[in-house]
Design a protein around this ligand. Structure first.
Ligand SMILES: Cc1cc2nc3c(=O)[nH]c(=O)nc-3n(C[C@H](O)[C@H](O)[C@H](O)COP(=O)(O)O)c2cc1C
Ligand code: SF4
Length: 427
């Protein structure tokens, strides 16, 4: 049986990103169907029926998020989160480069359902080709009457405003993203109030990831129930998984939820580089707890299964680590990232992420001292659950995961002043 594809359903060619090519593969038919034959509430119900869950990392049900917005509010905003900052994640950029129109169509459909007149795309500032492709597609869509005033000759009007990101990982956090669009420093805010109640410019706002919104046209074209039938019962549909690290064929794959990690690594990605043994897998972007080969042996790629294994499906960035990699040095790279990206607004994250990085760096330079591992664990306890946004947790989870699964490597480094892998392949 051929697998359903929401994204990888066309061959990428020199012009497959254009409006003409998108239309040829059925593009904008869902929008026409929606605007000319459905009420906004029907669209929301279809999305609810699909069981679609947000693809930005937390997996919140999309239809439910939309239903939290008071549709009687005179102004409602939709923001597409295209910051894509989590290390190991590279799916949204593929959507921009190859099928920006799919996102635009999804955003106009979502805007119709949510009664939005102005919607926003917050796109990662470092993106070049993805940004240019998006702007080309928006120009085409506006000229074709698919965005702007009286779309497709109906009474519905909606503009899409593109905002280039501030170059910080934290700006992908939803409240920080809104603050950044408003022109302020991208500091996250305490919740409640949630953006659905008080978001951009104090108005009710829905924030959804690129992949989430680009899935909407398929759901409206094929029906929510058809989408719900793909994947697992609680985690429906397909998802884009970006595989990086020590595999023979890294890349982006579209798989139904519930697919096997082992198949992904050994069949789709051609196995481990150099025929080495698998050492570990970070299953959903660098902040998600690391898993051992025994833990992924029968593990399926869906939120419930990965959670039961002690980690998270996250943004779908699968980082594969081969035998021979020094986990101390790998954690040092990760902790440096999170310490650098902490916005500094709240003390546990600002101080804690820097302390963790200092201690791990010290260990990785052969200067670790007795008690360092306990100190690290104590710091993560002080951070987790005590910060304004989840970046604090994101910085702590890899530390806990690495210490739990690879403690002996850290102990060896402290005791001998060097890696147990020195002289062998390291990351
Ligand atoms: C530090 C941090 C960074 C984040 N970065 C992103 C990001 O780059 N893209 C994204 O879609 N969500 C990101 N999120 C999650 C968003 O806050 C939000 O949950 C998501 O955009 C909601 O969209 P969804 O419901 O479609 O998943 C981040 C969260 C945190 C705490
Ligand atoms: S948890 Fe970290 S990134 Fe988030 S608001 Fe606090 S200091 Fe800033």
């Amino acid at each position: 049986m051929t697998e359903t594809r929401v994204f990888f359903n066309f061959d990428v060619t020199a012009d497959s990103h254009t409006l003409a090519a998108y239309r040829q593969r059925g593009g904008y038919q869902a929008l026409e169907k929606v605007l000319k034959g459905m009420q906004p509430i029907d669209v929301e119900n279809e999305v609810k029926a699909s069981g679609l869950r947000g693809r930005g990392g937390a997996g919140f049900p999309t239809g439910m998020k939309w239903s939290f917005v008071n549709k009687q509010s005179p102004v409602i905003y939709l923001c597409c989160n295209a910051d894509e900052g989590e290390p190991g994640t590279f799916k949204d950029r593929w959507i921009f480069e190859n099928t920006s129109h799919q996102l635009i169509e999804g955003m106009i459909i979502a805007s119709y359902a949510l009664k939005v007149r102005h919607s926003f795309i917050y796109i990662r500032g470092e993106f070049d080709l993805p940004y240019r492709r998006l702007m080309e597609a928006l120009k085409e869509a506006k000229e074709a009457g698919l965005v702007g005033e009286k779309i497709l000759g109906t009474e519905f009007s909606c503009d899409i405003i593109v905002h280039q990101g501030g170059g910080a990982y934290v700006c992908g956090e939803e409240s920080s993203l809104l603050t950044s669009i408003e022109g302020f420093k991208g500091y996250p805010k305490n919740k409640p109030p949630f953006p659905a109640v008080k978001g951009l410019y104090q108005k009710p706002t829905v924030i959804n990831n690129v992949e989430t919104l680009a899935t909407i046209p398929w759901i409206l074209a094929n029906g929510g129930a058809t989408y719900a039938a793909i994947g697992t019962e609680k985690c429906s549909g397909t998802k884009l998984f970006g595989v990086s690290g020590h595999v023979n064929r890294p890349g982006l794959f579209e798989k139904p939820m519930g697919y096997s990690y082992k198949k992904l690594i050994y069949e789709d990605c051609g196995g481990i580089l150099g025929g080495k043994e698998l050492k570990a897998v970070i299953p959903g972007g660098s902040s998600t707890p690391v898993l051992l080969p025994s833990e992924i042996e029968t593990l399926t790629m869906d939120a419930e299964a990965v959670q039961a294994a002690g980690s998270m499906l996250g943004s779908g960035g699968v980082i594969v680590i081969a035998e021979g990699t020094c986990m101390v040095r790998l954690l040092q790279v990760l902790s440096r990232f999170y310490a650098h990206e902490s916005c500094g607004q709240c003390t546990p994250c600002r101080e804690g992420s820097a302390w963790m990085n200092d201690i791990i760096t010290r260990i990785s330079r052969g200067k670790g001292v007795k008690g360092d591992l306990e100190r690290l664990e104590c710091i993560t306890k002080g951070i987790m659950g005590n910060t304004v946004c989840a970046l604090g947790d994101a910085a702590s989870m890899p530390v806990n995961g690495f210490l739990k699964k690879f403690r002996h490597e850290f102990e060896y480094f402290i005791e001998h002043g060097r890696s147990m892998y020195d002289g062998r392949l390291e990351i």
